[in-house]
Each structure stands twice: as C-alpha cells, then as structure tokens.
Design a protein around this ligand. Sequence first.
Ligand SMILES: Cc1cc2nc3c(=O)[nH]c(=O)nc-3n(C[C@H](O)[C@H](O)[C@H](O)COP(=O)(O)OP(=O)(O)OC[C@H]3O[C@@H](n4cnc5c(N)ncnc54)[C@H](O)[C@@H]3O)c2cc1C
Length: 391
Amino acid sequence: MTVRYDAVVIGGGLLGGALSWMLAGEGASVLLLEKDQLNQHASGQNAGSLHFQLEYRMVENGWESARTAAAAMPLHLHAAEAWTRLGDELGESVGVVQRGGFMLAETAEQVAVLERKVGLEQEWGLDVSLLDGDESRRVAPYLSDSVVAAAYCPLEGKAETRIAGPALVRGAVRRGAHVRTHTRVTALERDAGGWRVTARGPEGELHVHATTVMIAAGVWTTEVGEIAGAQLPTIPLALMMSVTAPTAPFIDHLVQHAGTKLSLKQTKEGTVLIGGGWPAALGRRAGAPDLEVRPRLLAESIVGNARAAIGVVPGTARLPVVRSWAGTTTITPDQLPLVGRCRGARDVRGHRGSAFTLGPSFARALCDLAAGRAPQVDLRPYAPDRFGVMA
Ligand SMILES: Cc1cc2nc3c(=O)[nH]c(=O)nc-3n(C[C@H](O)[C@H](O)[C@H](O)COP(=O)(O)OP(=O)(O)OC[C@H]3O[C@@H](n4cnc5c(N)ncnc54)[C@H](O)[C@@H]3O)c2cc1C
C-alpha cells in the first residue's frame, strides 16, 4: 500500500528537523525518514558554534576563495536572526547564547587577513569590527597577551547540539508530522504528481508518494542525490572535538583564530569545547570513504587543537581534556551551500559544512520554495545544479 504525504524529509539531523517543523507549520503533511537515530550524526556531534564571520577554512586558501565563500553571507545574516528567535517560536530552549564571537590574530600577517575579511563582511552587511589586542582583552580578559587584534561579531555564539535537532523534531511532531527512525530511503522515482519513495525499516518496505522530497541527508547527500538521479557533489570531512572538565565560568564568547584551526567556547555546565576543524581519519572500505563507521581520532590533531587553544586562552592549560570524539561533515567543492530545487523536479534540498549554523536559513528558504513563495534570500549562487543537472 502506498501512503501519501505532501512532503518526505530524508534525514533526521538539525536540517531535517527544521524542515519538518517548518513544513508542518505551513499545514503540509510531513513524513521524516531517518536511517539511524535522530541527531545521531553530525548534528549531534558538532561544536555548536553559531559563526557568522568567515571561518578559518574559508580564509586559509587566499583571498579569492574567501570572496567566493562570502557569497553565503545573506544566509548567515538570516541565520543570526533565526537562531535568536528559534527557542521562542519552538516553545522550548535550544540552548542559544549569542554573546559575541572573536576571530583572533597573533601575527601581522593574520591582522592583514582580518582587515580584508572584516571589510568584505561589512560590505555584505555583517555587524563585525576590528579591535586591537588591548581592546579585545578589555572585552575578553581571558585572552592571551599574544593576541594583537581580533574581528568581533556581536551576533555570534552557540547552541546546544544535543538538544537543538531533537527539539525541532518534537516541534514537528506537535504540528502533526510523522517520524520513522531506522528507516532508510532506498529509491526515489519521479512521477507526474511528485515522487514515489521507497524506504526500508524495521517493519519491512515502505512505499510513500510525496509531492515534494527534501534531501537533508548530511554526508550522505551525494548518495541520496544519486538515487534521485541528481549530481550533488559533496566532500566528506572527518573532524574532531575535545571537551575539558568543568570549571567556573570564564569564557563568555565564541573564540576562533585567523591563522589556525580553532573554535572554543564554554558550556553552561562549565566545560570548554575545543574544535575548529582538526582532522580525524575517515573510515575506508575498498579504497573509498566508509561513511557508516565512526572516523578514527588522530593523536596529532588532539595535541594540535589543545595547543592552539592554550596559545590564545591560557586558562585552558589547567583543564584536563575528558573526552575527544570524531564526526563527519561535508563541504562542497566551492564551499558554498547546495540549497534549492533540482532542475525539473519539485525536489528541494540543502547542505554544506556549517549546516548547523545555517540549518534554520536553509530550511526557511526551502519551505518558501516548496510553498511557491520567493525565498527571502536569493538562492541562485547556491543552486544544486551548478555542478550538474538531473539525469
Ligand atoms: C566535529 C564537527 C564539528 C562541527 N562543528 C560545527 C559548528 O560548530 N558549527 C556549524 O555550523 N557546523 C559544524 N559542523 C557541521 C555540522 O555539524 C553539519 O553541517 C550539520 O550538523 C549537518 O546537519 P544535517 O542535518 O544536514 O546532517 P546530519 O546531522 O548528518 O543528518 C543527516 C541525517 O540523514 C540521515 N540519512 C542519510 N541518508 C539517509 C537515507 N537514505 N534515508 C534516511 N536517512 C538518511 C543520516 O542518518 C543522518 O542522521 C561540525 C561537524 C563536525 C563533524
């Protein structure tokens, strides 16, 4: 028997949760399908940074790639507001704290990067300013004397990765959405009225007809794109994080660095979360990345990440690291999101490396498209078919 829904959402991470909640809020009948558990993958493993400045990985490869990455700024501006409102709109907290974020410089070369970066971000309308070392330490006394400048964005902060995704799914269920976990989408076929979706779950094969299919499959986006006949190139990246023992509150902000991989923040429990893109080793099978296994931690990354943290926030040196872990995320070849409709189909989707920060913006834009409205943000630079078209 085939069941009918207005929308099938593939993937129960932050993006799938946000999409389901928003679509159900527009009166659509929604089925969320998740092959594992909700929030089990990147959305539940990440650093929870809400970063609206360009990240280190966007400025480390030179000015041209920074300029290209900056084309995602309209989504960042939208996300900054969306996260502020999210808890109230949802009716439960998602742990958002926006007390500002720093990107630090310790050398003249890094100061030059920050100057150009801040100028570019200001052109796009981001509230960001350049402080010297003393000004930075007045706002953030925990910073080391080695900091000679910082780009400061008052909108930046953090959200709780363990609760944000599940809270969105709960919100979707309150609005009438249906959710099936341990149910993997295995086939997507187009017909005149939309899509025939086949999925395999604990009760066997499920057949669904949906007017719209939303792909929110994270690192499996390319794989799900293939079963839909769409080329959606993504590059898997295995990353690691560490968390320290708790201590009294001393870090109010999100801290990043212009010259090395670093993100750092203190949680409400007092632990310090340290990440920023240090690599882990992707699992491999027959020479190809195996996305089903947890990546392996690398000792040199744990040490390098801790050293970067201690260098700019010396107070972290006395805190023992109690746990390190690895997860897998994706970026696209041009580091811009894939958000929009795949040509020739009512199939809309979105994904890229910072899809936690940008998840609410992706979801809003995709819901607008599904409802036939013009999205608030011009999606043309993020068109999924810029790398290829539907087969
Ligand atoms: C260590 C680490 C730190 C990070 N730090 C940050 C950060 O600080 N800030 C930030 O903005 N971003 C960060 N990221 C990136 C961020 O976590 C991801 O971009 C984001 O969580 C992606 O959300 P998603 O919902 O698109 O994907 P996911 O959370 O990966 O969810 C996708 C879901 O789709 C399901 N799925 C896949 N295929 C199928 C199928 N065929 N059928 C059914 N279900 C399927 C998967 O099981 C998965 O649960 C980090 C990532 C990592 C790994």
